[in-house]
Write a protein that binds this ligand. Structure first.
Ligand SMILES: NC(=O)c1ccc[n+]([C@@H]2O[C@H](COP(=O)([O-])OP(=O)(O)OC[C@H]3O[C@@H](n4cnc5c(N)ncnc54)[C@H](OP(=O)(O)O)[C@@H]3O)[C@@H](O)[C@H]2O)c1
Length: 381
């Protein structure tokens, strides 16, 4: 008989009433039932916390963070009340890292996260980003020291906190040497406004240059079954070498790997995926055929494709921290349950080959917004 997935109710999202908190120790069966997966075939260890943990810059954080971007923009409509419930439920479940950025909803996303932090600041590891500016219908990158200082003050205000736990450069601009940007962020650390520094979408050379100025705690890059650039271009290996955590964004392939998105018809007019090459026309049809092995692995484990996709990211190493995004309680519950799913080496190998990079159709971004991960300008070497 196949293992069963048992949904659980997650209607109440207040401290102490949803999932057990991250420090709550409970029987493994209870934990698995609580996070939504019960298999009948595995022998559980004696005790476990509800969500496994990872180490990041000397801090202990839940093995999944929560990507908050879609609560404000890019993936359809907003529902702030529902998003606040999701944020509370995530903290209840042992998620600590909340991932936002000043550009998500043009400040809206940080304010939304701030609403939850008001009463629960100590339970969260707050990660935000600066460097993508927008105005007059345009977007541009600015990682200059002056802008870093101003953006940090604005983010602190919107989040309603004294200190940002992890402050990323979202995108480096084409002219500012990374040493100058990181130097300015190091001043913010000394001023107590920022605890740790992160970079997003950078090359190995840029990461090493930045790390030489001030320790970099995390690199955030896209990493999922269908986007493995950081594995092939050496960024993951360099991060590992330097003791830098790899924060994996879009680990569900922007929803594609869940199997729930089979055409673009249901997407809102302004949904980012409408213009994303992997979701257009023939590319989407070709990519959908890649999902068969994911569904097969899921069926064997009594899991869902989303859980398999997330378990694959977790299987990349203890220093890889996925931040799946959702604005729905049922998706949150399903995604966190992936922490209880252990893929075999054979499962991982089968998934690796099914999604070999040359089998994936379309770039991961439209050409105009493709992240530039060439080496940052300027060098003091
Ligand atoms: N550094 C960067 O440049 C960068 C770029 C992109 C994203 N990020 C960060 O990474 C986070 C995660 O990435 P992402 O949100 O782009 O992509 P993702 O996590 O791969 O996928 C999110 C999408 O999947 C859907 N989804 C989530 N769980 C699901 C489930 N169990 N079944 C079916 N559908 C499900 C969500 O739907 P709903 O929205 O309806 O819940 C949403 O449309 C973002 O929130 C953001 O914080 C960073």
């Amino acid at each position: 008989m196949l293992p069963r997935v048992q949904p659980v109710s997650l209607a109440v999202a207040h401290p102490g009433t949803g999932f057990p908190g991250r420090n709550a120790s409970c029987r493994w069966d209870d934990a698995r039932r609580t996070i939504g997966v019960v298999t009948e075939t595995k022998t559980p260890p004696e005790t476990r916390t509800a969500l496994p943990v990872r180490r990041l810059a000397g801090r202990t954080v839940g093995a999944f963070g929560l990507g908050c971007m879609g609560m404000s923009e890019f993936y359809g409509s907003r529902d702030d009340a529902r998003s606040v419930e999701v944020l509370h439920a995530a903290l209840d479940a042992g998620v600590t890292m909340l991932d936002t950025a000043d550009m998500y909803g043009d400040g809206h996303n940080e304010e939304l996260v701030g609403r939850v932090l008001r009463d629960r600041r100590d339970e969260a590891f707050v990660a935000t980003k600066f460097g993508i500016r927008r105005g007059g219908g345009r977007r541009w990158h600015d990682s200059s020291p002056g802008y870093a200082r101003a953006a940090c003050d604005a983010s602190l205000r919107r989040l309603g906190v004294d200190t940002i736990d992890l402050y990323y450069v979202h995108r480096l601009d084409p002219t500012t040497p990374v040493e100058d940007t990181v130097g300015a962020l190091a001043e913010l650390v000394r001023a107590g406004k920022v605890r740790h520094i992160g970079l997003s979408e950078v090359s190995t050379t840029t990461l090493r240059r930045a790390h030489a100025v001030h320790p970099i705690a995390a690199v955030q890059s896209e990493l999922s079954l269908w986007t493995r650039d950081v594995v092939t271009d050496g960024v993951l290996a360099a991060a590992r070498d330097l003791g830098v955590t790899l924060v994996a964004y879009s680990p569900l392939g922007r929803g594609f790997l869940t199997g729930a998105l089979r055409d673009r018809d249901g997407l809102a007019e302004d949904d980012f995926r409408r213009a994303n090459p992997r979701f257009t026309g023939e590319n989407l049809s070709a990519n959908l055929s890649l999902l068969t092995p994911v569904t097969e692995v899921a069926r064997r484990h009594g899991a869902t494709p989303a859980q398999v996709a997330l378990a694959w990211v977790l299987a990349q190493g203890e220093d890889v921290l996925p931040i799946p995004g959702t604005k729905r309680l049922d998706y949150l519950r399903e995604n966190l349950a992936a922490a209880a799913l252990s893929l075999s080496a054979a499962d991982v190998a089968a998934l690796d080959s099914a999604f070999a990079p040359d089998r994936v159709h379309g770039d991961r971004y439209p050409a105009a917004t493709m992240p530039d991960t060439s080496d940052a300008p300027g060098t003091r070497a």
